[in-house]
Design a protein around this ligand. Sequence first.
Ligand SMILES: *Cc1c(COP(=O)(O)O)cnc(C)c1O
Length: 435
Amino acid sequence: MNYYSLNDSQNKNKANTSFEEAVVRGIAPDKGLYFPSEITPLDKAFIDNIEKYSNEEIAYEVIKQFVGDEIPESVLKSIIEETLCFDFPTVKIEEDIYSLELFHGPTMAFKDVGARFMARCLGYFNRDKNDKTVTVLVATSGDTGGAVASGFLGVKGVEVVILYPSGKVSDIQEKQLTTLGQNITALKVDGVFDDCQDMVKTAFLDENLSDQNLTSANSINVARWLPQMFYFFFAYKQLKAQGKELVFSVPSGNFGNICAGIMANKLGLPIKHFIASTNINDTVPRYMATRKYSPMPSKQTISNAMDVGNPSNFIRIQTLFDNDFEALNKKFSSFSYTDEETKITMQEIYKKSAYVADPHGAVGYMGLKKYQKENPQVTGVFLETAHPVKFLDIVEDTLSVSVEIPEQIKAVMDKKKESHSIKNYDDLKSYLKNR
Ligand SMILES: *Cc1c(COP(=O)(O)O)cnc(C)c1O
């Protein structure tokens, strides 16, 4: 499979970046996001009979065209098997409303799948480059850091450097990214998520750092973004027997997850509509309402993994709709909610269904409810993107319940946090140069 840069769409036909190159580079030299040059729908018979296939078989069918022959079939199958070592249940919350729980992995947020898949692809591409270390440089608003740290821990030939905004991630999130050691280093940035993301982007383009073999593990990296398609197929497999059309509401920050859902739809998965639910970082909902795209600095909220002011993947979504606003508007809605509304909704869900939703899931639920009000004849799924324990203080305060701490989290609770503090890009650069 060849990829091209979205900054160079007119040359799509000459796309010549391999999957390996796209994964290793993360972002194209012209700063554009990589995009596959072709998307071939899956066999209809496969989708019609999806319940006969295991999750691993489904994942292989879904991803293989995007990897091509660059990873041998047997290796790709074992990468998938190691990536998908946990469950993806749909839980009925109310009539026609399901929670797709994506938090049963090692760091209890949906990013585990993308991070584990990407780490293993990179490990394969590095298999005989003994002297050459790749550095994965990643900015996190909360959950990416932990998932990437866990996914890449101990992967040969890969060093991981994580930038996170000081005081703006939850205590458990911070523990997950600062306590692993080995090939993982955390840099605590005096700033917000956008500052971290800007520094990472600057570093990729800095010629003075070209000797560092930097790559990205944010959802701009195709190996992190594309495996997220699996979730939508797994949900469809579980809910197909309902016999109603499916809609998905995705709590969105950088818009990678929902963009993967739209890709799944392009591959032929029957999905009627997508709802991108956001917190007050509402660049996309404002765009859908006004047709003006005006990014804003990110604001801090209780659903911090979505505190993104300029969502990187929105351009991929527009590309999937051939930059046709009317086509996008037909298939895609986007709604924004405040922290106050989120908390009230967490309480309502708990009261009505005895279900503990985390703030991100609650935002997804609200978007779904809003859509279903106008479109009642559908089965709705909201993505529960993180386990409530990751936002322990907020969940316990809002619901007056105590959340049982799962083993994965207990394992990091008592470990000592280790990080370096940095203030600006020069600090990052000198850290990278002098390690
Ligand atoms: C990363 C994250 C999101 C946002 O996902 P995007 O793909 O960036 O839109 C939502 N919820 C949680 C819990 C996350 O960690």
